[in-house]
Design a protein around this ligand. Sequence first.
Ligand code: PLP
Length: 465
Amino acid sequence: TLTQTASYTDRHGATHALPDAAGDAQVRADDRAHVFHSWSAQALIDPLPVAAGEGSTFWDYQGNAYLDFSSQLVNLNLGHQHPDLVAAIQQQAGRLATIQPSMASDVRGELARRIAEVAPGDLDKVFFTNGGADANEYAVRMARQVTGRRKVLSMYRSYHGSTATAISLTGDPRRWANEPSDGSVAHFFGPYEYRSAWGSTSPEEETARALAHLEQVIVLEGASTIAAIIIETVVGTNGVLVPPPGYLQGVRELADRYGIVYIADEVMVGFGRIGEWFAVNHFGVTPDLITFAKGVNSGYVPLGGVVISQRIAAHFDTVAFPGGLTYSGHPLACAAGVATFEVFERDGILERVRDLGERVVAPRLAELQEKHPSVGDVRGLGLFWAIELVKDRETREPLVPFNASGAAAAPMAAFAAACKQNGVSPFVHFNRTHVAPPLVITEDELVRGLDVIDEALTVADGYTV
Ligand code: PLP
């Protein structure tokens, strides 16, 4: 249950007073009067005022502590207020707070070198952006320039961002109200073993059928018109869909066969989420372009980018790349990125993510699946997991309908409320909850959060047939 405190203790043992609870009303009033929120009906929301954060925990103005089980949109990989990141930003701000992209900057160069060192194959140049959506915009623009083709293939059940091209690529309901969008995007089905589009009964069959389907889409759309295929290496907000063995290799082969650029969107899974710098490293494939954001510096200062293969970069050796952003490779953001590499290496973050995923999360979620009739499927890797809730395990009918909102979403809202009442802030989307805490979460905190989810699932069980 929630316990209210007037202060909190940071990782160094220092105690900090939380803002006066009376401030809560002012924050709410300013927010409701003047802040226009994303993806929301403005009159129907009640955003929680957050007063402070430390590691995997944040506090509201009433002094309630919440374990952050979704890392602020799967972003805060090194947790709240990491001292190394805060210090790096402070130091950089004291020396050189900004510099235009056409001049060279030490932190931008160092971060690009570090990224190139951990990227697969010959991907060794980085174009920096302000976030994930614009990284995808630029990746697509590069692919179009290099191939002289225009069309892009992307998956149903994908999210690639909210700017013009990125929302067109997106294969979920967030695109609908933004249509008509970029007409030269076509969508295809990716593998999803629990709800296979082809009724597959094994991962191998799912791989074979998904690849045969993708090849048909390429042929019918016209290979000579297709610049790029963009795929989230592990599909994120649409359900933590881990590709079955061989799928991404097959995509690579199809892209090569038809002269198509393969873009891996790693905005959510890059930088340690599944225990690798880049998720493609886990699957042993080398795309032509990788897009990243979020975990590169835990979002302390906005940063994203495109990692570029030598072949694609070489195209622009003597032909100007037509694009850029004032804040490309912002020094404060890059300083936090360099510090992120140092922390990951010093503290063995990738190893601990793999360990916690395999040793703590995987067995516990398997146990929850056994125990709760509402749990249809659990899947994931590292510290990136989904629990898919169903009304009926036999028919796999989702606990709430696809794209449910309002009254139709009540069972998931009840589950989320039960988590929050017990001090866990979950990510809930349609009929799923995701487990994606900061990568620095302690084992005790992780177990406590999973205990709360276990208890909250009894609420979801009440909606099963
Ligand atoms: N791509 C993926 C896979 C994402 O999950 C997101 C955001 O959640 C984006 C792109 C968009 O990133 P941003 O919100 O930084 O523009």
